[in-house]
Design a protein around this ligand. Structure first.
Ligand code: NAP
Ligand code: MG
Length: 403
């Protein structure tokens, strides 16, 4: 069989610890044998980030802007212990934070649904993708403890020095206040990413806030989404047969639980923080969550939602056998290859991505899976395997599919 040719490079961001080990196994076993893999390689491993004063992270994000598609391995976000462990020059920012700031994107998290790993919510048949707005609100709030009786106000001063005031509360005794903000440009970028991703994945888009209570703040979110939908997306949504649906957050929660899944749920920053953990847990396993960063201009970066699986890596370094789940990392690659294939019109590449995903899911459905899934599966016949044997089992299935 001839290897599949690529025309535009994929931006490849290598990472840390156990996921770095899986990364190489996936490339060696599941990609190189079948594809003339064309990537622009950036080593975001912590050692190399330190050697380049983190410039490599910035460069990888700029390359993503240039080429449009990236695939990223999980990386360490250094804390004090890591600074010591790796003898770092500085406590660098989270690479995901740096990349997101440069691409101005929204993160979409979706579970990989497979027979034998059943969601806690019995009606869920298809994945629910959470889109979380990643700027402002309570995450950039200013807070104050009010010591005793007195008036708290919000004051806006325009560039000419004119003041506008609103009373927050006339306190009779001690209390608390919080001032939070958002900016229209960020909300619009969020809305754009959501509409684009819905079109890209042909799924309905739900959006929810509490606009009945928050008549200016949350209502602005609702209005920006609706205006953008009416002016730029309505026709394309109708062509694709998908829907944009707005509802109150409490109504959304009730509908989500009763639903079959199969849509994107856009949430404000705090709602997205809470709901993404709820959805991930209820679908079964963090190791089966994918994560996609989508910029308003359509630039896309794929990765697994989990971290570098540090505990398994230390076992691996000790020469012990590991059973680390590579599925979300495999799906990061298939997502990126499919996107590259569709942008460049290379059908063989998109078809390969589909087959690799099928081979991975069928391997699990046949009972061969890593230990984390073996512990929660409803399948009766289970063959728990180590990290390497799982990938080899996927390769066997993939080969027979490609014949
Ligand atoms: P983690 O790597 O997600 O792992 C936490 C635990 O979850 C593991 O110890 C393991 O449980 C289980 N787990 C997660 N992924 C798994 C997989 N693929 N297969 C099997 N089990 C899996 O989180 P962490 O250990 O808290 O963080 C490690 C490093 O990752 C940190 O330095 C953090 O900064 C980084 N991180 C990076 C990203 C990213 O790059 N996107 C995201 C989150 C965290 P058991 O040990 O019980 O088997
Ligand atoms: Mg959280």
């Amino acid at each position: 069989m001839d290897k599949i040719k690529m025309t535009t490079p994929l931006v490849e961001m290598d990472g840390d610890e156990m996921t770095r080990i899986l990364w190489k196994m996936i490339k060696d076993e599941l990609l190189h044998p079948f594809i003339d893999l064309k990537t622009e390689y950036y080593d975001l491993g912590l050692k190399h980030r330190d050697e380049t004063d983190d410039q490599v992270t910035v460069d990888s994000a700029l390359a993503t802007k240039k080429y449009g598609v990236a695939v990223k391995c999980a990386t360490i976000t250094p804390n004090a212990a890591r600074v010591e462990e790796y003898d770092l020059k500085a406590m660098y920012r989270s690479p995901n934070g740096t990349i997101r700031a440069i691409l101005d994107g929204t993160v979409f998290r979706a579970p990989i649904v497979v027979k034998g790993i059943e969601p806690t919510v019995k009606t869920w048949k298809k994945p629910i993708t959470i889109a979380r707005h990643a700027y402002g609100d309570v995450y950039k709030a200013t807070e104050m403890k009010i010591p005793g009786a007195g008036k708290a106000e919000i004051v806006y001063t325009d560039q000419e020095g004119n003041e506008t005031r609103e009373l927050i509360h006339d306190f009779e005794g001690p209390g608390i206040v919080q001032g939070m903000h958002n900016v229209e440009a960020s909300i619009r970028a969020f809305a754009q990413s959501c509409f684009n991703y819905a079109l890209d994945t042909k799924q309905d888009l739900w959006f929810s806030t509490k606009d009945t209570i928050s008549k200016k703040y949350d209502h602005t979110f609702k209005d920006i989404f609706q205006d953008l939908y009416d002016s730029e997306y309505k026709d394309r949504f109708e062509e694709e047969g998908i829907e944009y649906f707005y509802t109150l957050i409490d109504d959304a929660v009730a509908r989500v639980i009763r639903s079959e899944g199969g849509y994107i749920w856009a949430c404000k920053n705090y709602d997205g923080d809470v709901m993404s953990d709820m959805i991930a847990t209820a679908f079964g396993s963090l190791a089966m969550m994918t994560s996609v960063l989508v910029a308003p201009d359509g630039t896309t970066e794929y990765e697994a939602a989990h971290g570098t699986v540090q505990r398994h890596y230390y076992k691996y370094l000790n020469g012990e056998e590991t059973s680390t789940n590579s599925v979300a990392t495999i799906f990061a690659w298939t997502g990126a290859l499919r996107k590259r294939g569709s942008l460049d019109g290379i059908d063989a590449l998109t078809a390969f991505a589909d087959k690799l995903e099928e081979a991975t899911l069928e391997t699990i459905e046949s009972g061969t899976m890593t230990k984390d899934l073996a512990l929660i599966t409803t399948l009766k016949e289970v063959n728990p395997v180590n990290s390497e044997d799982f990938i080899k089992a996927v390769r066997e299935r993939l080969e027979s599919k490609l014949k």
